[in-house]
Each structure stands twice: as C-alpha cells, then as structure tokens.
Design a protein around this ligand. Structure first.
Ligand SMILES: [Zn+2]
Length: 199
C-alpha cells in the first residue's frame, strides 16, 4: 500500500472469493486506529462517531469521482467543490527538514484535528488527479473483489489487485467452466466410441 487515498477507498473490504464476507473497516476501531497511525494523520479520535462518518463521507466522494472518471466522464462540479472544501479546511505551512544528507521542504497542517486529517487524504487524491493519470485508477477485474489500485504497469493493462489470488481464482474458474461446457457438449461420447467399430 503506497497511497493514502487508496487505503481509504479499500477500507470498504470485499472477500475476493465471493463468499459474501465484506467489512467496512472504518467501523472497526482497531483498523481505524492503525489507519490514522500508519499515515501519521493529525487526528487520533477513533471513538468519536464523527471521525468514522467523516471518513465514510470522504470515501464516498472519492468513489463517486473515481466512478465518473472510469466511465470516461467529467466528475461532477459539485463533487470537486466538496473535495476543495476539504482542502481549504486545513491551512498548511512549509517546513524544512533534513533528508538523506540534504534538506527537503514539506507541507504540514497548521492545526491538528479531523479537518486536517481529511485534508491530507483529499490532498493525496487531488495529487493523483492533477499529476498522475486518472485512467490508471482501476478496480480489480474480479467482480467479487472490487479492490481499487493504481496501475503502474508500463502497458497500463494490469487487471488484478496485488498478490495474484484474484487472477488465479478467475483462471481456475474459467478452466472449470470450459471443462463443464465441453462435457455438456459431448454427452454421448461413450456411444460414439463404441460405434467406432474395430479400431
Ligand atoms: Zn482482486
């Protein structure tokens, strides 16, 4: 996992084997705490109801924008306004810090709190819209999985989420389907064999 916005989108988890097991990980306080900590977000109130609700709202917003882009449409102006609303809710300042033998300038939130955390997530998504290639934002081809990823392959043809399990699962399913179809197409193969005569 290398993108904050992807981590939020994939908090809506679906079992890739299609066994109906799905989980909104934002409802899971342990997961939520580790999400806020691993991205060093300036807000750690996992028990507050509005933390979960605000993150779910932002996730729905990103999903709507992503769905428009995947359909080859422009995202709704209202959705971009809401995204901008999150960005403007938390002012940033430049900060110089040491970095592998040199220095780098980074942006830090002026205040901590929920709006600052939402702004960071919104900012990571805004960056991919502006500097990345929105066409590379994809959903795993396994309809049971729906994992969102950013296709960094040279050919832009990646179809599955990480780990290969979905690709393998669908290959096995297709193999079984073909086998069943072949068996159904040749229901009298034994008769044909026996009619073959003296061969
Ligand atoms: Zn998948």
């Amino acid at each position: 996992m290398d993108n904050l916005w992807l981590d939020l989108l994939n908090s809506d988890y679906h079992d890739h084997r299609g066994r109906g097991r799905s989980e909104d990980r934002l409802e899971n306080q342990k997961w939520l705490a580790s999400f806020l900590a691993r991205w060093d977000l300036p807000h750690r109130e996992v028990q507050a109801e509005d933390t979960r609700k605000a993150l779910q709202g932002l996730r729905s917003l990103l999903l709507r924008i992503m769905t428009s882009l995947r359909a080859g449409e422009r995202p709704r102006a209202k959705d971009i306004d809401v995204l901008n609303g999150h960005l403007s809710a938390a002012p940033l300042f430049r900060c110089v810090e040491r970095d592998e033998g040199g220095f780098k300038v980074s942006l830090r939130a002026v205040e901590s709190g929920l709006p600052a955390a939402l702004a960071e997530i919104a900012g990571s998504f805004a960056e991919v819209l502006a500097d990345g290639d929105p066409n590379r934002i994809k959903l795993c081809d396994n309809p049971d999985c729906r994992w969102v990823f950013y296709d960094q392959s040279k050919s832009r043809t990646r179809r599955w989420c990480d780990g290969g399990s979905c690709g393998n699962l669908l290959k096995v399913r297709r193999f079984r389907e073909r086998k069943t179809r072949r068996a159904a197409e040749q229901p009298h193969s034994n008769d044909a064999d026996s009619a073959g005569g003296e061969a």
